[in-house]
Design a protein around this ligand. Structure first.
Ligand code: HDE
Length: 712
């Protein structure tokens, strides 16, 4: 509990504030033209009671700026949070790629990362059930490389042409603008049920991956197959992965709903606070590398973005580490104005013909023009490459540099042919010389028609608790749909993936699984297309399970940044708290006193301790574990406030570790925990090491069977 020395913490805060405000402190208030100002509170009037004069340029400048403060929010991924950091490479990968960032292990490449939800508006809750964006801008010495990833390894659709339909279906319905940041509504499932290629991403969306515990505890995936190109011009296919050092962890849906009320900035705050406290989030960069000659070796098409390559089939090679160590100084200037483009690649990386990727290569530049208002968006500080740029592009809105010289064309003699071109051997980008010999057609390859095998593989690979969460999620989402035929189509499709899953969902919805539905994808292809040729193919089993798909197989070896609520008030046992505090904090956990009121409380040896949160201002869903120290007076004080009972019951329901010492057990006796004291993550008078182990396990999911009966 850092609170134990309130003075020290306050001094640090004051210093930070001093640093933050230094620039402002030493400055004089002026207009945007530099004219000094003596009053920014009153407009210029004819007499004390007006009228206000049009000539008041101070008023007009201030109000005009305010009137234009907003830029259009992103059409998708509007809600996001960013951070700065760096990337370091473990080993030289020149065999595969000539990209400097993948060759030079001595480099520390700066990065800016923006995490986001997809469907909600800029002010929507962080805990919506949604895919998360994971966009990484790598400012390399050979140009900026944007890896615009998601936290799921596949996408909903196979062709960019369908993207507006997908997004229109998931966004609030256009007549009432309802619901916000939620996929649980008719239009989304109307689209999904008519577009079976969505089923794979859809089942991930129903899984715990869609409600992460933290941005720091989720994976990132480039999704599309890209190419790595080496100096000899040889290509390998590649899938990009970001693997979180803290493992992949999620909250339960019940928590997600409650967190949205208790702290809708939960993920943003979590990222910010982890970085401020020096617990820098880290991910390893992973590559799945596939030789070109293996392109057709798989049971699915490498160009199909609705398919992943199971790690069991192609292992992920971990090649470097990304660390986020600095929060943005200004949200708008950095996190809002950052512009990611999948088309920003560097020599050594190249695209494939994935039709979704190809569409993205157009869309992102186009959207930045609408959002940021000018093709000069690369001149905004957060978007500037770290190396100088020169070319003959000129002018346009908001040109902030002053290009020198008389020539803005190439070739020229007046400027000595400058800026001059580079050879490929000097580092110029050279598109991979893929042979293309084809007819122009508006169609899709039959190799993209298998829509059931991978969702089924995903479901088979999950643990029992993940499967249970997933079925509940389908019941919740489909239960929110009002059209029976949409539910029926969904149930029929789910039944093609897994009969047990479909059965559970049908029971939850109180309906039957239909035997067949008419023409499953008649609308999802063109009017002239051969419908039979494009029906989803039969389900294949090329792999029983892929352990990497289950969160049950992630890392459980750290309690770093885990938030521990210490329920205490005046008279708590200092000895009890001291016994766990040092050990937990040494492992990186953060202890917070949750007391009946704010200010400070006294322990049983009369020392003052700062309260982190009065119980009325917080909820157990904001913590990872609960500790109740002894001290009879403290326990009596806590028992006077019924919210503590709810707090513990909820932590128990959400399968969290709960520890108590001495008289602390009396609190547990008033809760549901009293009947389950032999639970693996209920620790009464146990050693701190056992508490640490239980917290590092994230949750005791075995408890789920009983906690589902807890009526809160
Ligand atoms: Fe995006 N996407 N997207 N997307 N996307 C945008 O660009 C788009 C797709 C992703 O933090 C937009 O700057 C199309 C896949 C992230 O600023 C827009 C298609 C993946 C972010 C856009 C896709 C993504 C975006 C909106 C189908 C994972 C947030 C604002 C062809 C690999 C980046 C903007 C940030 C943002 C278009 C599909 C990830 C409209 C047309 C697949 C992480 O341009």
């Amino acid at each position: 509990m850092k609170e134990q020395n309130p003075k020290k913490k306050d001094t640090k805060k004051a210093k930070d504030l001093e640093k933050d405000t230094k620039e402002i402190k030493d400055s004089t208030f002026t207009t945007n033209q530099g004219v000094k100002v003596n009053d920014t509170n009153n407009s210029l009037k004819a007499g004390e009671r007006g009228a206000t004069l049009l000539e008041d340029f101070l008023l007009r400048e201030k109000i005009t700026n305010f009137d234009h403060e907003r830029i259009p929010e992103r059409i998708v991924h509007a809600r996001g949070s960013g951070a700065h950091g760096y990337f370091e490479l473990y080993e030289n990968l020149e065999e595969y790629s000539k990209a400097g960032i993948l060759n030079d292990t001595s480099r520390k490449t700066p990065v800016f990362v923006r995490f986001s939800t997809v469907a909600g508006s800029k002010g929507s809750t962080d805990l919506a059930r949604d895919v998360r964006g994971f966009a990484v801008k790598l400012y390399t010495e050979e140009g900026t490389w944007d890896m615009v990833c998601n936290n799921m390894p596949i996408f909903f659709i196979q062709d960019a042409m369908k993207f507006p339909d997908l997004i229109h279906s998931v966004k609030p319905e256009p007549n009432r603008e309802i619901p916000q940041a939620a996929s649980a509504h008719d239009t989304f499932y109307d689209f999904v049920s008519h577009t079976p290629e969505t089923l794979h991403n859809q089942i991930w969306l129903m899984s715990d991956r869609a409600i992460p515990r933290s941005y720091r505890m989720m994976e990132g995936f480039g999704i599309h197959t890209f190419r790595l190109i080496n100096k000899k011009g040889e290509a390998h296919f590649v899938k990009f992965h970001w693997k979180p050092m803290l493992g992949i962890h999620s909250v339960t849906w019940d928590e997600a709903v409650k967190i949205s009320g208790a702290d809708s900035d939960f993920h943003r705050r979590d990222l910010w606070e982890a970085i401020e406290s020096g617990h820098y989030p880290e991910w390893e960069l992973g590559l799945q590398i596939i030789p070109e000659e293996d392109e057709h070796k798989f049971d699915f098409d490498l160009l199909d973005p609705t398919k992943l390559i199971p790690e069991e089939m192609v292992p992920v090679k971990r090649v470097g580490k990304m660390t986020l160590n600095k929060n943005p100084e200004n949200f708008f200037a950095e996190t809002e104005q950052v512009a990611f483009l999948p088309g920003h690649i560097i020599p050594g990386i190249d695209f494939t013909n994935d039709p979704l990727l190809q569409g993205r290569l157009f869309s992102y530049r186009d959207t930045q023009l609408s959002r940021l208002g000018s093709p000069n968006f690369h001149q905004i500080p957060i978007n500037r490459p770290v190396i100088p740029t020169q070319n003959n592009q000129r002018d346009a809105k908001m040109q902030t540099s002053i290009p020198k010289g008389k020539t803005a064309y190439f070739p020229n003699s007046i400027s000595g042919g400058c800026p001059h071109l580079s050879k490929i051997s000097e580092g110029a980008f050279h598109a991979y010389e893929e042979r293309i010999d084809a007819n122009k057609i508006r169609s899709r390859s039959e190799s993209f028609s298998d829509h059931f095998s991978q969702p089924a593989l995903f479901y088979r690979s999950l643990s029992s608790w993940e499967k249970a969460h997933l079925a509940d999620a389908y019941i919740f989402e489909l239960g929110k749909c009002t059209y029976d035929h949409i539910k029926e189509r969904m149930l029929w499709l789910l039944n093609q993936i897994d009969e047990t899953l479909a059965g559970k969902v049908a029971t939850g919805l109180g309906t039957d699984i239909p035997n067949n539905i008419k023409q499953p994808i008649n609308q999802a292809i063109g009017a002239d297309a051969d419908v039979d040729r494009h029906q989803p193919g039969p389900k294949k089993t090329y792999l029983d399970e892929d352990p990497a798909l289950s969160q049950a197989n992630t890392k459980f070896n750290s309690i770093e940044t885990r938030q521990i609520a210490v329920l205490a008030t005046n008279g708590f046992s200092r000895k009890n708290v001291s016994a766990i505090k040092d050990k937990l904090e040494k492992e990186g956990a953060m202890l917070h006193i949750v007391a009946p009121q704010g200010g400070t409380i006294l322990c049983d040896s009369n020392t003052e301790h700062k309260v982190h949160a009065p119980i009325m201002t917080t909820e157990s869903v904001l913590f990872d574990a609960v500790y109740i120290p002894g001290g009879q007076k403290s326990i009596q004080g806590l028992l006077e406030n019924k919210k503590y009972i709810k707090f513990i019951n909820e932590a128990f329901k959400h399968c969290k570790a709960i520890a108590a010492s001495g008289e602390g057990e009396q609190m547990l006796d008033k809760t549901y925990v009293s009947d389950y004291k032999d639970d693996a993550a209920v620790l009464i008078n146990k050693k701190p090491e056992e508490f640490i182990k239980a917290i590092s396990n994230h949750r005791n999911w075995d408890r789920m069977e009983i906690t589902d009966q807890i009526p809160i």
